[in-house]
Design a protein around this ligand. Structure first.
Ligand SMILES: [Zn+2]
Length: 248
């Protein structure tokens, strides 16, 4: 015979964004044998957002079976706190971040590419999208919590804002992207890194006025578009300095 069990979950920091009431405490009832990961996701928090779970002051893994009366503390990743790696249920992301975005985040993908980040976008099938993220050791960005709960995913982030520029700031802050930024090194359309191209070779491919004003050009090896540091470049540089680097 099955009987109801009750467990308490106290969520901290940005994990509270997923709860209806934002004091962070959830009294959760369930039946049978359930892992702490399943219960956290049943409450609404995707596992990819969870970094550390403790029970009576001790870290537990995602596969811990919840007992009646358990009281968990559930934390997102700490930016500046040293937590032993073996305590974490989701490892810290190491190295230069690369991203996979769901089909609704095309504008964010382009903004990430402008900053030089590998931002794959355009796959509509959820299963293929997640497989791609896992294979490339990439972070899945989405506003679909169901997608972020898929069990094969290791790294993911729920984008809170609906405004592309605010979304960019969120991701910049979440993954400390300032130190990895290489603006204007990647094609916004193709997600491929630029290569330098000699001035003489672009003579017939850019307007004469541009050709007389600029000496340095790059091209996308995929689509063949030629880029130079014109007004568009200046505007984006201004945007980066103003919004991302907080310069006046
Ligand atoms: Zn291109």
């Amino acid at each position: 015979m099955t009987y109801e069990k009750t467990a308490l979950f106290r969520f901290f920091g940005r994990l509270k964004d997923f709860l209806k009431k934002n004091h962070g405490l959830v009294v959760h009832t369930f039946c049978g044998f359930q892992t702490v990961k399943d219960r956290i996701e049943a409450i609404g928090v995707p596992h990819v957002e969870v970094s550390l779970i403790t029970l009576r002051g001790e870290p537990v893994g995602f596969d811990y079976l919840v007992k009646d009366g358990d009281h968990f503390f559930v934390y997102p990743e700490f930016e500046n706190v040293e937590v032993p790696e073996e305590w974490l249920v989701t490892p810290r992301y190491r190295g230069e971040p690369r991203f996979v975005l769901d089909v609704h985040l095309g504008k964010l993908a382009k903004l990430l590419r402008i900053l030089g980040f590998d931002a794959f976008f355009g796959e509509e099938d959820d299963e293929k999208l997640c497989a791609h993220a896992v294979r490339r050791n990439a972070i899945l960005l989405s506003r679909d919590t169901g997608l972020l709960k898929r069990k094969e995913l290791v790294f993911g982030y729920y984008v809170r804002s609906t405004d592309p520029r605010e979304q960019l700031l969120e991701v910049v802050n979440r993954y400390d992207l300032k130190k990895w930024m290489k603006p204007f090194t990647r094609c916004v359309e193709c997600n491929v890194e630029f290569v330098d191209v000699e001035k003489e070779k672009v003579k017939d491919r850019v307007p004469p006025r541009v050709f007389s004003l600029f000496d340095e050009y790059v091209e996308c090896p995929s689509c063949g578009r030629v880029y130079w540091k014109g007004t568009h470049y200046e505007h984006m540089l201004e945007f980066i300095e103003r919004t991302i680097l907080n310069k006046k």
